[in-house]
Each structure stands twice: as C-alpha cells, then as structure tokens.
Design a protein around this ligand. Structure first.
Ligand SMILES: NC(=O)c1ccc[n+]([C@@H]2O[C@H](COP(=O)([O-])OP(=O)(O)OC[C@H]3O[C@@H](n4cnc5c(N)ncnc54)[C@H](OP(=O)(O)O)[C@@H]3O)[C@@H](O)[C@H]2O)c1
Length: 337
C-alpha cells in the first residue's frame, strides 16, 4: 500500500440521534484498507434517505460498518490493501471510480471492498457521479434482478422526483419499459416528466391504482417500486397487472399492513421486499458488476444523467440534512470534502 495520503481526515458523524443539529464535523484517522479493500479519496458523497433514518436513530449501521454515514461516493483510488489485483489498472493510484458503501462516505477518505468499486462511467462529471452508485444499484437490483422487468412492461414508481425515482425513470425508459410515477406536487411531477415518465399521478388528489388501470387500458402495473409500505399495500396490490410484481424498498407509510391474499392470488402476483445495505459484500459486488455492465453504458450514452440538486461542503453536512428534511429537493444532494 502506498502512503501518499495524510494520517487524519475530516469527516461528519451523528452525535446522538435527532435532527440536523446532531451532525458534527470531526477529525478521524484515515482508514487503512484491509485485505481485499481499496482506499478511495472522496471527490463527493451522495445523501440518501437511509442516512436520515440513521441520523434519527431508527436505522443503525450494519455490524462492522463505519459509524461515519454515507452509502456512496465518487473519487480516486488512493491505496490498495493486500490481495487486490489491478489487472486493467482499475485500482491503480489516481484511477477515477465510484463506490457503493456500507457506510463511511461522509469523509475525505473511505476504505471499501474492491468489488464494490467500479470505474467512473465515461462522460460523467466526477462530482455528480457520487449520486449514481446507490440509486443505480437499488433500481437495477430491485427492478431487473428481483422483479425481472422486461422491455415493454409497465413500471409504476412511487416518488418519481426523489433520488431513487429520478434514476428509476431514466433507467427503465432506457431499458425499454413504460413508466408511471406518483408525486406530491405539479412541479415534482413535471420534473419526472422531464426525465421521461409517461404517466404522472398526483398521490395527494388521485387514486393511483385507478389511474394506473385507466392509463394502461385496464392492464395495470407489471412491476411497482414502492417506498411507502403498509399504507399502500392494498392499493399497490389492486394496481398490479396479472403476473405483477410489487417490490417494497421503503416504509415511509408504516411497517404493518393488511394483505388481501385473494386479490394477490387472483392476479398471480408476487411481493418482494429487500434492502441493499444489509447484503453481504459479495452480493453488493455482484450488483455493482451488473451496474457496470448494464447501467454505466446508459450513463455514457446520456440516457441516465446524474440528477444533482445541490452540492454542500462536507463541513456543511448539517445544512445538507436540513435541506433533505425539507423535502424540497429533487434528485440528489451531494457533499464535497
Ligand atoms: N431497500 C433498499 O435497498 C433501498 C435502497 C435505497 C433507498 N431505499 C428507500 O427508497 C426511498 C427513497 O429514497 P431516496 O434516497 O430516493 O429518498 P428521497 O429522495 O427523499 O425520495 C423519497 C421519495 O418518496 C416519495 N414519497 C413519500 N411519500 C410518498 C407517498 N405517500 N406516495 C408516493 N411517494 C411518496 C417522495 O415523493 P414526494 O416528494 O413527491 O412526496 C420522494 O420522491 C426511501 O424510503 C429509502 O429508504 C431503499
């Protein structure tokens, strides 16, 4: 391992649980990459809803993960640990990369299993790229690998203007699916339309299951990507097409719902629920391999554009969290060391 970097770094952590006021700037040792890991010098880190839940104390980091939050970064390789080959130069010092993390992104440096680190896709800004790994991995793993979306199918994405939604629309359109989205304001729905969404549903004023059926000539949604959970369980099942798949990845509307099994059976439907963060490193590496093969070409072709809303300095991570909490953001919020 080369030693061209400093021994201490600036990071942001949560001291206790609560609002943005628990976010603190601290000095920490620069992590040492273990066997199979590389050290990434962070260009920028993406904020995710999971960080906010961790800040509130309701989503602790998985065992062994850093207490420093941050699930994704862009940057350059600063060092590599034992047993990391750099056959094609992808892990050479200075190589531009993106990484999916179990934590540790709100910092100047982060150590991460090499399999979760992929080269920067061509044609993308190195800072904007920080907002890609988590959304690309979540969308691809859930919609394509878990739910098996096929080109030509109808996909309903709840929250089309959020980080996940904005990437989901673009990836699914590039993949050849039809996309319907829900959202809370005209402005957010217009934003989703600008990204390619075919059907826009205001969840505050409209019955989304009814709209989904009407918009598809009675067919319904072949696949639903849901971030609401319990509150939408019944309506989601009734929005499904025959053979439809509901993928639950968020629980903004509660954890316990009532499931009408007859309605699900009648549709020969399936319900899937997953989290990305808790998966073992080998599974994350496999997903990032898929992202590199299938999603990065969409980025290089301009079909998936990073959706950076605002970039804050790492020292202003509390302000970035306050902005995330406001719910005004569209797409991704980034931190820059
Ligand atoms: N399981 C996993 O592996 C995994 C991985 C990544 C993310 N997630 C989850 O995915 C969700 C989105 O994450 P993010 O980082 O993209 O957060 P985000 O940018 O804050 O987006 C949240 C989205 O949820 C939408 N939403 C909230 N309440 C809704 C409702 N009742 N009906 C429809 N949409 C609603 C919001 O739409 P409006 O702003 O229009 O209200 C917004 O678009 C979070 O719940 C996160 O925990 C899960």
């Amino acid at each position: 391992m080369t030693e061209t970097h400093p021994h201490t770094m600036t990071a942001a952590v949560f001291e206790g649980a609560g609002g943005p006021d628990v976010v603190r700037s601290v000095r920490r040792p620069v992590p040492v990459p273990g066997p199979g890991e590389v050290l990434v010098r962070v260009a920028a880190a993406g904020l995710n809803r999971a960080d906010v839940q961790q800040r509130k104390g309701v989503y602790p980091p998985p065992a062994g993960a850093s207490d420093i939050p941050g699930l994704e970064v862009s940057g350059t390789i600063a060092a590599r640990g034992e047993r990391v080959e750099s056959a094609a130069g992808e892990y050479d010092d200075g190589a531009p990369v993106c990484a999916l993390l179990a934590g540790g992104g709100y910092a100047e440096y982060v150590a991460v299993p090499a399999g979760q680190v992929v080269p920067l896709p061509s044609g993308v800004d190195p800072v904007d790229a920080a907002g890609l790994p988590e959304v690309a991995a979540t969308v691809w793993s859930n919609l394509v690998l878990e739910a098996g979306v096929r080109p030509g199918e109808w996909v309903l994405i709840h929250g089309g203007s959020g980080g996940i939604g904005a990437a989901g629309i673009q990836i699914m359109k590039a993949y050849g699916a039809h996309v319907a989205v829900t959202g809370s304001t005209r402005e957010k729905l217009d934003y989703a339309a600008g990204l390619g969404a075919d059907v826009l549903i205001d969840y505050r004023t409209e019955d989304f299951a009814e709209r989904m059926r009407a918009a598809t000539g009675g067919h319904g949604a072949d696949v639903i990507l849901d971030v609401v959970g319990a509150k939408y369980l019944g309506a989601n099942v009734s929005a499904l097409a025959t053979g439809g798949r509901l993928v639950v990845i968020g629980l903004a509307g509660g954890v316990r719902g009532e499931l009408d099994l007859a309605a699900l059976m009648g549709r020969r439907g399936r319900i899937i629920a997953t989290t990305l963060r808790a998966r073992p490193a080998a599974e994350k590496a496999a997903i990032m391999g898929e992202v590199r093969r299938h999603v990065w070409p969409m980025v290089s072709a301009g079909r998936l554009r990073p959706t950076t809303d605002r970039v804050f300095a790492l020292a202003d991570a509390a302000a970035a969290h306050a902005y995330f909490d406001s719910g005004e953001h569209r797409g991704k919020i980034l931190l820059r060391p």
